[in-house]
Design a protein around this ligand. Structure first.
Ligand code: SF4
Length: 355
């Protein structure tokens, strides 16, 4: 039987070393392979000129290098760009580039759909199809890097490279933890895409048993989607809360293994008359008091078919003022890309229009 070909982009450096050793090759060939795949971005073994010809022949029989080609691209008036990538099984995932003058943040997906069913999120309405492989995660970054390299100067707002990665696209990253960890390893390895962990943020809705494993195995930032400090409200917004209550979640945050001076980012989407009362702001401030953290307040992005409304700017400022009075770092994140349904909670398969 002919063995199935391996996608080398789903292997981090250790995985590549094990793979080449299984082909009776020395370990350094694994490191050589990695330095061709990401920095120059070579997708053809025959162009890897310092590999022995016989090894390249073996590789073409036993492996392949995947890439995302011809993404669907939608541009927002504010400079955000939404990418739709069609996978081998024809599923479509989305990633969003959020350019600023000093950084280019890429919001990537970790799953096709999502099983978490948060009631304010369009992805949640899709249901869950499958996990993304490490290659499918990393290829979102490679494709957007190539897109930026080819952009005309006049289209660029800041850098010509992706500088920050946030796992806040489709899916719950901790429900795909093994593949997430391999992808983070590829993103942070020097011969890989060479990001520092400080520029990578993984967001979770609170899969408590997996949180410590993330902290122990990856030196990245953690964001926790909180969205309410009241169990009854959070049960309604995020069904995961029925399994892991707010108290359990905050206690997991207190013991989360984190590098010194790092802080957890709590994400709090404000929904009019649901979780934006000033009383809730005071309770939130009191409950977070023993956790090194920052707070992001996000105005809800209204989506057709979902019942929630955005809060008024006055209410958002009042909510922020209360949290600041308890000495938290609190940021109001302006919504980006909402004209192309690229804002938080708006990613879903039917949002893409071919351009
Ligand atoms: S908010 Fe995140 S975890 Fe919740 S349904 Fe949407 S993608 Fe899934």
């Amino acid at each position: 039987m002919v063995p199935k070909k391996i996608d080398v982009k789903s292997l981090d450096q250790n995985g590549l070393i094990q793979f080449v050793e299984s082909l009776k090759q020395p370990a350094f060939r694994g490191r050589q392979l990695m330095s061709w795949i990401y920095k120059p971005g070579i997708n053809d073994f025959w162009q890897m000129t310092d590999l022995a010809k016989v090894f390249r022949e073996i590789l073409t029989k036993r492996a392949y290098i995947s890439s995302f080609n011809n993404p669907i691209v939608e541009r927002s008036e504010d400079g955000c760009v939404k990418f739709g990538f069609t996978l081998e099984d024809k599923a479509v995932i989305e990633a969003v580039l959020i350019p600023e003058t000093d950084r280019n943040t890429l919001c990537v997906s970790s799953q096709v759909g999502c099983a978490m069913n948060c009631t304010f999120c369009l992805t949640g309405t899709m249901g869950f199809t499958r996990n993304l492989s490490p290659a499918e995660i990393v290829n979102q970054v490679c494709a957007v890097r190539d897109f930026l390299l080819a952009e005309p100067e006049e289209n660029l707002i800041g850098h010509r490279d992706v500088t920050n990665i946030v796992f806040m696209g489709m899916g719950e990253p901790l429900n795909n933890l093994d593949n997430l960890l391999v992808s983070i390893s590829i993103l942070t390895e020097q011969k890989g895409l060479d990001f520092t962990g400080r520029r990578i943020t993984v967001s979770t809705c609170g899969i408590i048993p997996k949180m410590s494993k993330l902290g122990e195995n990856a030196n990245v930032n953690l964001a926790v989607s909180l969205h309410s400090i009241n169990d009854e409200t959070r049960d309604l917004l995020m069904p995961i809360n029925k399994k892991y209550s707010i108290e359990q979640l905050l206690s997991a945050c207190k013991t989360y293994p984190m590098a010194k001076r790092r802080r957890i980012m709590f994400e709090y989407t404000l929904l009019k008359d649901i979780n934006d009362s000033l009383e809730e702001a005071h309770t939130l401030a009191r409950k977070l008091k023993d956790i090194p953290c920052k707070i992001n307040l996000l105005p809800y992005n209204e989506s057709k078919g979902l019942p929630y409304k955005s809060p008024s700017p006055v209410r958002m400022l009042a909510f922020q003022d209360i949290l600041r009075s308890y000495h938290y770092s609190v940021f109001i994140r302006t919504s980006r890309g909402s004209d192309i349904s690229a804002a938080c909670g708006q990613l879903a398969k039917h949002t893409l229009n071919h351009s």
